[in-house]
Design a protein around this ligand. Structure first.
Ligand code: GLU
Length: 312
């Protein structure tokens, strides 16, 4: 039975504290991503969690103000920024189905003629970044400006060490980009695109920053200044793709346990949306074998169980 029978905001803080205590007692946190040295050094016992209300009020616990590597979480924001500009023609270049393959897989691309399954696997995110770059001339800069403005934190920035590390270990992303270019599904020169993509992955932000920056999705497309980024229908679409494709090839299990649209990154962060109510961000760098934060998913599972706030 849910302990929060009303949706009173003040009830968030005790729920977060209870979850942090439970997580603290839980052994086994998974392992930090080790494919780039800049991520491998993170302590898997770190844990932070934040909830943001629609008006931007944020509640948090643990390391909720500590910046971490956002990685694939930024794919949600580039998708929203591109969809806002080009609308449905985006879907001629990237699909909307779960891939059932690892996030950096090449195999499906050949069967499906260079059209990635969805915008949250690496191939799909490369297409989205490419299209946003064509439209803006600076996809990573657009993303950063958006995150700064929606989080209310003008100090957000790229982590140069992580970006350089991504680039030095980026052979597979380069392969994906070149392969899609061979099908005519990439506009910009591949080195330009990769630089944009790696910088996008390197953004450092805290749970508080990301929970706030995600609230436009809980407000059905309305930004923090009251202007509209996405139509109500587009906001629904982005939330739906997060639910079905946002947590690598464990999206079914995430929906089963958490019951919210979510997006994870290999830095150990996960964002989640309760449409019309609030957003969440949790960070703990230890990952399971599919690339999702062990403590992060457990904490979101507890949050929706304790509060009853879920889309189901
Ligand atoms: N920068 C990572 C890559 O492209 C993103 C990984 C992730 O968070 O899924 O390999």
């Amino acid at each position: 039975m849910a302990i929060m029978t009303t949706t009173s905001s003040l009830a968030f803080q005790p729920v977060l504290e209870r979850i942090a205590e439970e997580i603290e007692r839980t052994p086994g946190r998974g392992r930090p991503a080790d494919y780039i040295p800049a991520l491998a050094a993170c302590d898997p016992r770190r844990f932070g969690m934040a909830v943001a209300e629609l008006d931007g009020t944020v509640y948090g616990v643990g390391d909720w103000r500590q910046p971490f590597s956002t990685q694939s979480i930024t794919k949600v924001f580039t998708l929203a920024l591109d969809l806002a500009r080009e609308g449905d023609s985006l879907w001629e270049h990237v699909g909307r189905e779960p891939s059932g393959n690892p996030f950096n897989s090449l195999v499906q691309l050949e069967y499906e003629s260079g059209i990635p399954r969805n915008p949250f696997i690496n191939a799909g995110a490369l297409v989205v970044t490419d299209r946003l770059h064509t439209r803006t001339g600076d996809a990573a800069g657009e993303l950063l400006a958006f995150l700064r403005s929606e989080s209310g934190n003008p100090a957000l920035g790229f982590d140069q060490e992580v970006a350089a590390s991504e680039s030095a270990h980026g052979a597979r992303n380069a392969a994906l980009a070149h392969f899609m270019a061979s099908y005519g599904n990439i506009d910009n020169p591949v080195p330009v695109l990769l630089d944009q993509y790696f910088r996008q992955c390197s953004v450092a932000a805290s749970c508080a920053d990301l929970a706030r920056a995600t609230t436009f999705l809980a407000r059905h497309g309305i930004r923090s200044d009251g202007s509209r980024l996405l139509s109500r229908s587009q906001a629904k679409q982005v939330n739906a793709i997060m639910l079905t494709c946002g947590t690598y090839d464990a999206a079914g299990d995430f929906a089963y346990r958490v019951g919210l649209p979510g997006k994870s990154g290999v830095g150990g962060g996960v964002i989640a949306v309760v449409p019309g109510r609030c957003t969440l961000c949790v960070w703990s760098p230890g990952l399971d074998e599919r690339g999702n934060s062990v403590a992060g998913v457990a904490a979101l599972d507890r949050f929706t169980t304790l509060t009853g706030l879920s889309v189901f």
